[in-house]
Design a protein around this ligand. Structure first.
Ligand code: SIN
Length: 327
């Protein structure tokens, strides 16, 4: 009998200490885009890999379409422990670091290969840990792609944007970029863009082909300029406290699952950029304008001076490293 009491007491102590707890670790992954996008598919791949490799130990709940949090709130929620993984666009970390603004500089990267080279190089990798003191840990970069401009009127030359209201993400660089062409930038959540365009509260926006297609922006914008003038990529981010506190037999498995999920999302990103552009073209709802080299050069000339305004905050060395990735 005494032996039984001792055994029960020991079991009780183990449960209290969480040692023998059979409760799986719940990971909430919140994002703002549709499931049929590089980020949506990456999140589902992470869930599949994590749960199959850690059965009973980890449960991943994926919340797409701003169902749980919009990008404005998700990082605060993460620091409070209400969500464990998110992948906001690199333009949405302004409150936590100025360095990531480098990714918003207009006409910085000539293509996605250059973006990949910079992100995987020493400077890009260093940025992953740049917010750790503030409690946020970057797990990796995920691609979406280059941005296009859309508006209620044709945007062939920079003057065409004069006076138009454009929705932007919460980035001062993007605000300066639109001010450079005489437009009025308005910082608004992604979840509101369709309605703002539909009701003509704004005249235009900038986004990737997959976001323009999956959120039906093309249905409420007559004109799209294939400008490739900037980037929307993501930082897959977690709470440093949460990730560093994961059990030793769990974290390496999740690290690997995340690596593979990101590779999966990146593979899809390129395909989606092409196929969603084609779907928009085929819809015949909005016209896609391809700029001539001379027209593009005019946008570059007006927007590129924005770099100088942010060189001090970002660091000229970092900008130079990003530029060098184009070679
Ligand atoms: C996203 O792709 O996560 C949203 C981008 C945006 O806010 O425009």
């Amino acid at each position: 009998m005494r032996k039984l009491v001792t055994l029960l007491a020991a079991a009780g102590m183990m449960v209290a200490a969480g040692v023998a707890s059979a409760e799986p670790i719940t990971i909430k992954f919140s994002h703002v885009v549709a499931e049929n996008t590089p980020k949506g598919k990456m999140a589902l791949k992470f869930k599949e890999l994590a749960e199959s490799r850690l059965p009973g130990k980890v449960t991943v709940e994926v919340y797409p379409n701003s169902q749980l949090f919009g990008d404005g709130k998700v990082l605060e929620a993460m620091l409070l422990g209400d969500v464990q993984i998110a992948a906001p666009s690199l333009s949405k970390f302004n409150k936590y670091t100025k360095k990531l603004q480098v990714f918003d500089l207009p006409f910085l990267f000539k293509d996605m290969e250059a973006v990949e080279k910079f992100q995987q190089g020493p400077d890009g990798q260093k940025l992953l840990a740049s917010m750790e003191k503030k409690g946020l840990l970057g797990l990796g970069y995920l691609h979406n792609g280059l941005k296009q401009l859309s508006a209620s009127r044709e945007l062939r030359n920079p003057e065409d944007a004069d006076g138009l209201k454009f929705r932007i993400q919460t980035s001062d660089v993007l605000a300066a970029q639109f001010e450079a062409v005489g437009a009025v930038p308005l910082k608004k959540p992604f979840s509101e863009v369709f309605l703002l365009l539909q009701t003509k509260a704004i005249d235009g926006q900038e986004n990737t082909w997959s976001n323009i297609y999956s959120k039906k922006f093309f249905e409420v914008q007559e004109h799209i300029t294939a400008s490739n003038h900037g980037l929307i990529d993501y930082l897959v981010v977690t709470s440093a406290e949460f990730w560093n506190g994961l059990p030793a037999d769990v974290r390496p498995v999740l690290d690997q699952a995340m690596k593979e999920a990101i590779a999966h999302g990146n593979m899809i990103a390129e395909e989606k950029a092409n196929s969603d552009r084609k779907r928009i073209e085929d819809s015949g709802v909005s016209t896609i304008l391809t700029l001539s080299d001379a027209e593009r050069a005019k946008w570059v000339a007006v927007m590129k001076p924005v770099w100088d305004k942010f060189a001090e905050e970002i660091g000229q060395d970092l900008i130079d490293a990003a530029v060098a990735s184009n070679n």
